[in-house]
Ligand binder design. Structure first.
Ligand SMILES: [Ca+2]
Ligand SMILES: [Ca+2]
Length: 385
């Protein structure tokens, strides 16, 4: 019996022992599921393979942020997965790959959690997940920080206490720390190279609370979900919010503390929707008047000005921490592509494609006080005349 046949036999045994009811109406017939299981298990990666992965994706709990792959029970068990409920009309299990320190994965969907998750982590040292390419058609990995709560940066804004790093990829990834739940990153990978390593480096003295649940998704080379090269973050909706890393620190309204992280240099890309010709970036007053505080001393600035263009700066005046919106024109028709200081115009519009914002912070925050970073709203627009 060949390996392929043996795997297929496992599935057959499972299906028989599970006493599957075949008659339930659905978009997919039982033969379709069988065929998909077979292709997954044999590694038969034809063009339809991409669709199969999407069709077999499952979640045991829609709100948990945990995703798995619908597989025959035996195959899930043989590959180190954890079955969590049934799927495919009852003849597959939602197979979760949950991993923690020192473990590896070859799944397209993996959740990397701290030891003792859902509880907090009290360990120290490097905690590394090794992400082996699920197949030779993986060109990118997306990290979704479902939860990522680490120690805050030091007084210089550097992530030297706890921090997250990603190595082994084909694109540079900044070191981040602090509160980053809800954020994400895309990392280019070369499918012919060695594995990607996602590491949480933990200080000996843990912060008050430290925990993480990072969804790791391997993206096929020819997927529409793939972010363009140079985009650490990629948003595909016509409107939404973009925040700097550690913007949501629970203590971010404490004006004596810097939340902004030093040494950042990355691109935030927005997928142009069909029919839209430009993009508008807007100040979000609901985030507080410190929602755009990139450089300078908040405490030494008139609080009624903080957050507005009156406390902001543009162009060559921005030399330390700033964002760049190529082709930007503000709500007063002033052209500027570089924004910094302690405020942002009511809106900045650009018709330059691709839609992108670059983020730069210098090596420290020592000369700044109470900088939080930025939280902006973007909206793709149809009227560019
Ligand atoms: Ca700053
Ligand atoms: Ca700085």
């Amino acid at each position: 019996m060949t390996a392929t046949t043996r795997r297929w036999a496992w599935a057959a045994v499972f299906l028989v022992t599970a006493g599957v009811v075949w008659a339930a109406p659905s978009d997919l017939a039982q033969e379709d599921y069988l065929e998909m299981f077979k292709k997954l298990m044999t590694g038969d990666q034809d063009e339809a393979f991409l669709d199969i992965e999407a069709l077999l994706r499952c979640s045991p709990n829609a709100t948990s942020g945990v995703f798995g792959m619908c597989l025959p029970l035996a195959h899930c068990a043989n590959t180190g997965g954890v079955p969590a409920g049934t799927c495919a009309k009852g003849f597959g299990v939602c197979c979760l790959a949950q991993r923690t320190c020192g473990e590896s994965t070859s799944y397209t969907h993996t959740n990397f959690v701290n030891p003792g998750y859902y509880g907090s982590d009290t360990g120290s040292g490097a905690c590394t997940l090794t992400v082996n390419h699920a197949n030779k058609n993986v060109c990118q990995v997306r990290l979704d920080f479902m939860e990522l709560e680490l120690a805050q940066p030091d007084t210089h804004g550097n992530c030297n206490v706890d921090f997250l790093t990603v190595t082994g990829g084909a694109s540079s990834v900044p070191r981040i720390c602090g509160s980053n739940s809800g954020q994400h990153m895309y990392i280019d990978v070369d499918p012919t190279c060695s594995a990607l390593k996602v590491t949480v480096d933990r200080s000996v003295t843990p912060p008050d609370l430290r925990w993480w649940n990072i969804k790791v998704t391997q993206i096929p080379c020819d997927s529409e979900d793939r972010a363009p090269t140079g985009c650490l973050q990629y948003y595909t909706e016509s409107s939404g919010y973009v925040k700097s890393f550690n913007f949501d620190h629970y203590n971010s309204f404490n004006r004596s503390v810097n939340s902004e992280i030093a040494r950042l240099n990355y691109g935030v890309c927005i997928k142009p929707e069909e029919g839209y010709c430009g993009i508008m970036w807007e100040r979000v007053t609901a985030f507080g008047n410190n929602a755009f505080t990139l450089s300078g001393n908040v405490q030494a600035t008139d609080p009624t000005l903080v957050g507005t263009a009156g406390a902001g700066a543009t162009g060559a005046a921005c030399t330390t921490d700033y964002v760049i919106i190529p082709g930007g024109v503000d709500n007063n028709q002033n052209s500027a592509d570089r924004f910094c200081g302690l405020g942002f115009p009511d809106s900045v519009t650009s018709t330059m494609k691709p839609f992108v914002m670059y983020v730069h912070t210098d090596a420290d925050e020592y000369s700044d006080t109470a900088n939080r970073g930025f939280g902006l709203k973007y909206r793709q627009i149809t009227d560019c005349c």
